[in-house]
Design a protein. Sequence first.
Length: 160
Amino acid sequence: MIGEAESELRRCVELAEEALWAGDEPFGSVLVASDGRRLAEDRNRVVTGGDATLHPEFALARWAATNLSPAERSAATVFTSGEHCPMCAAAHGWVGLGRIVYASSAAQLADWLAEFGAAESPVRVLPITQVVPDLVVEGPIDELADEVRELHRRFVAGGG
């Protein structure tokens, strides 16, 4: 695993598991400043919050827009358990956040959900760079993808 990202991605998986235990889809994200300080973190709240836009990546983009200068945003990194959906990728791009590092890809998630018999997403699966073409993106990270897969399997099966 890429050394610098390991603890941040592990925290994302922990947040995803917290979301699962709370009854939400297992996604977690962390926003890190260019100097390595963890600025904010969040987990998915779509099911329990009743709002399909309560994705952690979207929440971090909104937090960054309110709390960071444009230069700070562009130098920051978002670490996340799963690749951004098109909505979150667009928010990331509009706010001007920097690099994204994800543990599992949207394509992996789509394959897993189909395998588990889950309902198909109402939003097309797209790589982040199809939404924000010039963004620096790293992932998936094989060492964590299996853990993320298991969280999604548990969610589809009906529990934490």
